[in-house]
Design a protein around this ligand. Structure first.
Ligand SMILES: Cc1cc2nc3c(=O)[nH]c(=O)nc-3n(C[C@H](O)[C@H](O)[C@H](O)COP(=O)(O)O)c2cc1C
Ligand code: SF4
Ligand code: SF4
Length: 259
């Protein structure tokens, strides 16, 4: 069973591709995460847990969900991480959580895709050609990864040094604390009151008031789902996002027929 969360479609793309290659089921965890539904998920085949990487770690809401959900049946778990180039300690974090569930972690595979982190000032936009290149390379890599999983082997992962933990574990939450406030989000007149941003928010941060979104919890994971998926690009963040191209993988997959 392929379990995934995806804010802007990168992880969904890989999860669905792997499910197709493995002839297995892909399950979007959004509703369960939103509803804090930790009831059991059963699979007689290995679980694949597919997640984006945030600030060198697993998104906090995914780590929390994984700790609490009941996974029954097969005890083997593979991690699937999508990133913009660097997974940091996310794989090791997943390993620890899975071991605590008395399951067998069989390693993780990484997929480099376009970064969706549009609210980050240092976020570098990449052109369409590079986006297509990363998507195609990742879809090709999925075939090797699926073959490895079919063979039942473990993935070899790089050694994560203790120093990396010692730096990331205190620093990442600090960066999130200072950079992931919600007070910088605003909605423009062009909002058509469709409610998609509220529906997609994994942390239930968004409420609708007079048909417009309000961010009524002070911090969130900055997953980028609301700002990137708004159909009329009505959401902005501070002075950072105005004029920047919005990204979802599906725009590029459909355009380039990469699937
Ligand atoms: C808050 C945030 C932090 C991120 N941090 C990292 C990071 O540390 N390393 C990295 O390579 N990519 C990072 N990214 C990029 C995402 O991991 C990448 O674009 C991912 O594929 C998005 O997946 P999705 O489209 O399924 O949501 C970050 C993105 C966000 C929104
Ligand atoms: S997704 Fe965009 S258009 Fe729809 S309610 Fe949210 S801000 Fe408005
Ligand atoms: S408010 Fe937007 S960026 Fe923050 S968690 Fe919700 S959808 Fe993601």
């Amino acid at each position: 069973m392929v379990l995934y969360f995806s804010a802007t479609g990168n992880t969904k793309l890989i999860a669905e591709k792997l499910a197709e290659l493995l002839e297995d089921e892909a399950v979007n965890l959004l509703t369960r995460i939103k509803g804090k539904d930790f009831s059991s998920l059963h699979s007689d085949r290995p679980f694949l847990i597919c997640s984006p990487v945030y600030v060198s770690e697993l998104p906090s809401f995914i780590a929390d969900f994984l700790k609490r959900v009941s996974l029954t049946g097969c005890r083997d778990v593979y991690g699937i991480l999508t990133n913009g180039g660097f997974s940091g300690i996310a794989g090791a974090q997943m390993r620890r959580i899975i071991k605590q569930k008395s399951m067998k972690f069989k390693g993780y595979a990484e997929f480099k895709l376009p970064s969706n982190h549009i609210t980050n000032k240092s976020h570098a936009e990449i052109d369409d050609a590079e986006i297509t290149k990363r998507i195609e390379a990742s879809l090709n890599k999925a075939e090797n990864v699926a073959n490895g999983i079919k063979g039942g082997g473990c993935f070899k992962n790089r050694h994560i040094f203790l120093l990396e933990y010692l730096v990331t574990v205190p620093v990442a939450p600090m960066l999130c604390y200072f950079n992931q406030g919600t007070e910088g989000f605003r909605v423009k007149e062009s909002c058509i009151s469709c409610g998609k941003c509220k529906k997609l928010c994994p942390m239930n941060v968004i409420a609708m008031e007079d048909g417009k979104p309000v961010w009524n919890i002070k911090r969130c994971a900055h997953c980028m789902s609301c700002i990137q998926n708004c159909p009329v690009e009505a959401i902005e963040y501070k002075d950072v996002t105005e004029g920047r191209a919005r990204y979802t993988a599906s725009k590029h997959v459909n355009k380039n027929d990469a699937k």
